[in-house]
Each structure stands twice: as C-alpha cells, then as structure tokens.
Design a protein around this ligand. Structure first.
Ligand code: ATP
Length: 309
C-alpha cells in the first residue's frame, strides 16, 4: 500500500535584491521531484550537500509548503502520521526535562491516554528502542549520543507514525553506534511496517538499510530505483561519479580519481538543459539545451545518453 505520493514538487526561494534595480533572483531548492513510498519500505535519498534533500523531507512532512506540486499523505492528523528525526538528538531534546517525560510528551500534548497509560507506553517505547528503563530519569546531557538518538526515536514512535523521515540520523555517531541505530531503524520498519525516508550522505548505510534509492543533484532526482541496481549498475553519470568518489580498499593499485570534477553549479536561476552538463565528461550540445526527463520503468535515470529499460 502506498503511504506517500509526491508529485512534481518544486520549492523556490526568492532571494532578496542587493540593490533596488537588480532583477529578482530565485534559488531552486527543489524542481519537479516526484516519488512514492510504500508501507514497510525504506527509500534512501542521497546527493551532495545543498542538493535539496532536507527541503524534500520538510515538504513531505508538511513543515513547508511547495511552490508547486502536491503531496498525498496517509489519512490522519499530519503531525502524527509522519515524524522526522534529525542528525543531532540534543537539538531536538529539552536539556532540562527528564527523558522519560520527553518520550511521552507528544501523548500529553495531544491528549492521548491517561497518566497510567503513559507509564505503560513509556516502558514499552523504551524497550522498543532498546533503552534500559532506568535511563528514563536522566537528563539528555547525561546520555551518550546513541542513547539520546534512541530517546528521539522513542518519542517519534509514541504517536505511532506511519512514516518516519530520518534526516542524517546517524551522521553524528561513531561507526559502531551508528550501525546499531541503523539496525534498530531497520527492525522498527519491519515490525511496524513503517515507511522510512532515509536522507544520508552515506551510501554504504543506504545500501544496507534501503530497498530503493533516489539520487539528487541540484534540486532534481537524476536517478531512482532498486538499491541493488542503482548502486551496482548506475545509469546516470552523476551517480557513477558519486560512487567512484567513495574510497574503497584497493589491493591492486591506486584509487581511481573521482569522475566528476568541480563543484555543483549554483541553484540560483539555473539555465535549461541538464544541470550536470558543466561537470559531465559525456556532455554534448543537447545536454546544454534540453532538460532530460527521468525515463525507465523501475530503474529510472534522467540522462540523454544512458540505457533505459
Ligand atoms: N529557507 C531557505 N531560504 C533560502 N534558501 C534555502 C532555504 N532552505 C534551503 N535553502 C537552499 O536550498 C538548497 C537546498 O537545501 P537543503 O538543506 O534542502 O539541501 P541538503 O541536500 O539537505 O543539504 P545538506 O546535506 O547540507 O543538509 C540549498 O542551496 C540551500 O541553501
């Protein structure tokens, strides 16, 4: 069953003019992004910093309105059906409130259940995120980073969301802790048949956790499909470049140089054509003038010169 359908989402930010007679400039944070998320599915969103991943998450949850396009979400109060967790748990927690109280706070705010219910729910939520019950009396600053992120996850789960958006949830954690939290998210997804949108710079974690992945470049999805296909047989030069930039142990020789040179172009007033063209080793004249559309059935790529099924 489909939980989220986003259609042609665009989010533009008009930039203030430095001088009265300057023309208005517009930052294209997101341009024409469509995606779906099914029950029990984890969708990874990858791409360089500034490509629009967080903007997409905010629009899907409804924290920000699109300039155009639409999002269909599960039935029910928006705040309850979709929850987001962020990179730094301490930013989302009140430093002066005991963590047990913070986990059940959404139930109190929304008037769900009695005080006795809350106690039982708290014990259950802490067990689900594998936190010892005695930590409930601590303040956030007395927890490790991994424990604090588990508190944030427990609080998000208190409202039984159908979709959990995870915006770089393990980026601030040490590798073994990050792996444990990723494994927890995977278990919660299967147990609760939640949809996960997993925003990450870390392609390795996306490969482990997600069934599908969308690769973004400068506000657009350039490739999308089953993780196994996109990450082992990428069709878009941008995805190929992103994967070639991951350092791998190479017993035979030197690491291959990254395929894409330069920095992403500016998202301000982008020109027509493929946004990767200035950095792409395969770019031809058509790439500078005609915007390529996502093509393909389950594995889709937006490139004039790649194979499509
Ligand atoms: N409120 C805003 N006003 C103006 N520009 C914004 C605003 N929010 C985001 N942007 C711009 O939109 C673009 C996309 O930002 P976004 O945070 O979605 O990218 P991201 O891929 O999540 O980056 P990161 O990985 O660094 O978090 C960036 O160029 C950013 O500067």
């Amino acid at each position: 069953m489909t939980l989220v359908t986003a259609t042609d989402l665009t989010r533009h930010f008009p930039l203030p003019r430095a001088h009265l007679f300057d023309r208005t400039r517009t930052l294209h944070a997101l341009d024409g992004v469509s995606l779906t998320l099914s029950e029990g599915e984890a969708l990874g969103i990858v791409g360089e910093s500034g490509c629009g991943k967080s903007t997409l998450g905010r629009l899907v949850q409804g924290l920000d309105r699109p300039t155009s396009g639409s999002v269909v979400r599960p039935e029910g109060p928006r705040i309850r059906v979709i929850q987001t967790i962020y990179q730094n748990p301490l930013d989302s927690l009140d430093p002066r409130m005991r963590v047990g109280r913070q986990i059940i706070e959404p139930l109190v705010i929304h008037g769900i259940g009695s005080a006795a219910d809350h106690e039982a729910r708290l014990a259950n939520l802490m067990a689900q995120v594998e936190l010892p019950a005695e930590l409930a009396d601590r303040l956030p600053g007395q927890l490790s980073g991994g424990q604090a992120q588990r508190v944030v996850i427990a609080r998000a789960l208190s409202l039984a969301p159908r979709v959990l958006i995870c915006d770089e949830p393990v980026a601030a954690l040490d590798a073994p802790v990050a792996r444990a939290v990723t494994a927890l998210l995977d278990r919660l997804r299967t147990d609760r048949q939640m949809g996960l949108i997993f925003i990450s710079h870390d392609i390795g974690t996306v490969a482990e956790l997600c069934q599908r992945v969308a690769v973004m470049y400068l506000g657009e999805i350039v490739e999308e499909g089953p993780v196994g296909q996109v990450l082992t047989a990428p069709r878009h030069p941008y995805t190929q470049g992103l994967l070639s930039a991951i350092p791998r142990p190479d017993p035979g020789g030197r690491p291959s140089p990254p395929m894409l040179g330069g920095e992403p172009a500016s998202p301000i007033d982008p020109t027509p054509g493929c946004r990767l063209a200035p950095r792409c080793p395969y770019a031809q004249e058509v790439c500078r003038t005609v915007t390529p559309k996502l093509r393909g059935r389950s594995h889709r790529a937006a490139c004039h010169f790649t194979a499509h099924d």
